[in-house]
Design a protein around this ligand. Structure first.
Ligand code: WT7
Length: 648
């Protein structure tokens, strides 16, 4: 049997970078990209060394790469400090008084921190950490909302060599407890509460719950954000603002080994136990700085907004570290996109004249569902570049993003990467790469990505297979914290010497990558292996559909049958007729083989808090089982209950 993933959805639209954009861009033509890419693959160490030299090193490296597969060391022997690169480096010229962070709270407060102010705040807070006996190598849990203090806490850890592990503010006490236990954290930084859709999320209370019983945590530092009543445990908990009274702003950045751990970030594994993805100092900073600069083609006057929460890797690499290393102005928003009304994002873009917007397909589909009128109320002419990350973007969502948000004038960078890769891996460069809706296009400099069959042989154009990376890159994870054998097995055992991404993909005749989704989600219908993303994109291209999730259920004849869960745009009534219409629509878009056996309408789909559809849960529902698996990462528990009664 053919084990390759079949790909049927053909997208033929191509968008050239505008000459005006290309003219000003760092990489202004496809020819230039191809030449630099070829050079970077022929001599990757030379390429990365040149990029690394743009940063400040307290001691130069003596070897760019030491590769004892699957363990890599980058910039061996070099010493540097990430916080120094993100802050001190910008204090000598005109960037000193430039806004580093512009922030808006959900209730509407506004703050601007210049590079000088941020530097001062980070130094003072780093001294607070030291005062509380937190030092080099200690693990620190950060459980904060998207407020400037989250960036301050991260950078303060980096400044003294403490290792942070940010836990997303939407996670429960159990998740915090598991992560503390796994990394042996001795301190936690949190806030009394945070705002979400007008309500207060009791962050400190969740930490208290997580610390019940035996724990390695000795100190909790609490930032006052929401003013809600909290419990202060004498001898363990201290207030952030009180601690600041005892310190000054003098805190030299510690010269850290290039391979010193910078952070651990937990990501869900298929077996349930979250994996602590370990990133280190030099390579991670070089990777995020380099990709940020080229992919967003940063200009000094940009106001850049990545809507990710700091609790995700996108928040680490492209809200905090990449932008600040590059001296950008990074905008942060604390709350929900539909508070107080569904136009909050567009209101923000208009008010602050945001020029670069980086968001996720799940958000884009949600905005489509809410209706264009919310967008039309605002002037979005400040935007010059749009980005997408997190899942394959359905071509129709791409087109909407392009037309309605970008006014047809902004390039879209659809960036493929993972928590594990640390930085963007496959992406257009906005002044160089012609884009095709739904494709992440071409690999970034120095990234040797390929699509291979089961035996690791590269497949031809338009044949689906597994996405791998054939050589190490600076921002790659170094291990799973405390579990080197799991690291080896999970990422490096399937194809010798190569990193396996767990994603399925194909390349088209131009070499463009089309990610078809996680290999675990691939369906096998009568011997045809179909990626879920194509069926979903076919459904989303129907004018009445807002979102869709495709899953398999056991089928006696075909092996697997296709069940799709569909949410409709506001105002559309679900009818049995519409179900038939959608089945035939998939038939015409992809082919009869992909026609869903069953269409179910749902009010909402179960998603992780980072916006990924939880197909595993839908699979259980589709095959009539009760949901048994781990649901702790589910964003809205009500969705599950409603799905049970989704049938009309
Ligand atoms: C997985 C990684 C990368 C930061 C946020 C998610 C999927 C991500 C794309 C894209 C198609 C994408 C992949 C990947 N993914 N970006 N542009 N096109 N798929 O990080 O939670 O580690 O998830 O997200 O399946 O493996 P993550």
């Amino acid at each position: 049997m053919d084990t390759n993933i079949e790909s049927h959805l053909k997208e033929t639209r191509v968008f050239q970078p505008s000459p005006a954009f290309a003219k000003k861009a760092r990489i202004g033509s496809l020819t230039k990209y191809r030449r630099l890419y070829r050079e970077s693959i022929a001599h990757p160490e030379k390429f990365w060394a040149r990029e690394a030299k743009e940063l400040t090193w307290q001691k130069p490296w003596n070897k760019v790469l030491e590769w004892k597969a699957p363990f890599a060391k980058w910039f061996v022997g070099g010493r540097l400090n990430v916080a120094e690169n993100c802050l001190d480096r910008h204090l000598h010229g005109s960037r000193r008084n430039k806004a580093a962070i512009i922030w808006e709270g959900e209730p509407g407060e506004k703050r601007v921190l210049t590079y000088q102010q941020l530097h001062r705040d980070v130094c003072r807070f780093a001294n607070v950490l030291k005062r509380n006996k937190i030092g080099k190598g200690d693990r620190v849990i950060i459980y904060l909302p998207t407020i400037p203090e989250a960036a301050i806490a991260m950078l303060a850890c980096a400044r003294i060599g403490a290792v942070h592990s940010v836990v997303f503010g939407g996670f429960s006490a159990d998740s915090i407890r598991d992560r503390i236990a796994d990394c042996g954290a001795t301190a936690a930084i949190t806030a009394d509460g945070s705002y979400r859709r007008g309500a207060i999320v009791p962050l400190k209370h969740n930490v208290d719950e997580a610390l019940k019983g035996k724990t390695s945590i000795k100190r909790v530092i609490v930032f006052r954000r929401a003013g809600n009543d909290i419990h202060i445990e004498e001898g363990r908990d201290v207030w952030w603002h009180r601690e600041l009274e005892y310190v000054d702003a003098n805190c030299p950045a510690v010269a850290l080994d290039s391979e010193h751990p910078l952070y651990i970030l937990y990501t869900s594994g298929s077996t349930g136990k979250p994996k602590g993805i370990l990133h280190t100092t030099g390579g991670y900073l070089v990777g995020t700085h380099t990709t940020y600069k080229y992919v967003f083609d940063l200009r000094d006057e940009d106001i850049y907004w990545c809507t990710a929460d700091v609790g995700w890797v996108t928040g680490h690499s492209y809200v905090v570290y990449g932008p600040l290393a590059a001296g950008a102005t990074t905008f942060m928003y604390e709350g929900a996109p539909n508070w107080p009304e569904p136009d909050r994002f567009w209101r923000i873009i208009e008010e602050y004249a945001v020029s670069i917007l980086y968001t996720a397909p799940t958000a884009i589909r949600t905005f489509i569902r809410w209706g264009d009128e919310w967008v039309k109320k605002h002037d979005l002419s400040s935007l010059r570049l749009l980005g997408s990350v997190g899942e394959p973007i359905n071509p129709e969502a791409w087109m909407w993003y392009h037309k309605v948000i970008g006014g047809g004038r902004c390039p879209i960078v659809d960036t493929w990467w993972q928590t594990e890769t640390g930085a963007i891996m496959i992406t257009p460069l906005p002044g160089a790469t012609p884009t095709k809706p739904g494709s992440a296009t071409l690999p970034f400099f120095g990234i040797d990505a390929a699509v291979v069959d089961e035996k690791g042989r590269e497949v031809g154009p338009n044949v689906g297979g597994k996405l791998i990376v054939r050589r190490p890159w600076p921002s790659m994870l170094r291990s799973i914290y405390g579990d080197r054998s799991r690291y080896k097995k999970q990422y490096w055992s399937e194809f010798k010497g190569s990193y396996f991404t767990s994603d399925g993909a194909r390349r088209d005749k131009d070499g463009y990558f089309w990610i078809v989704g996680r290999i675990d989600d691939v369906l096998n219908v009568a011997g045809h292996r179909l990626g879920t993303s194509e069926i979903e994109s076919a459904l989303v291209s129907h004018p009445k559909v807002a979102e869709a999730a495709a899953v398999g259920r056991p089928d006696e004849i075909k092996g697997q049958g296709v069940v799709v869960f569909v949410t409709l745009k506001s105002g559309v009534t679900p009818t049995p007729n519409l179900k038939n219409e959608l089945r035939s629509h998939v038939g015409t878009q992809i082919g009869a083989i992909a026609k869903p056996d069953e269409v179910r309408f749902a009010e909402a789909l179960p998603k992780t808090r980072s916006g990924k559809i939880m197909r595993r849960l839908l699979k259980e529902i589709a095959s009539g089982q009760t949901v048994t698996g781990d649901t702790t990462t589910l964003e809205d528990f009500n969705v599950l209950a409603k799905l049970g009664s989704a049938e009309e």
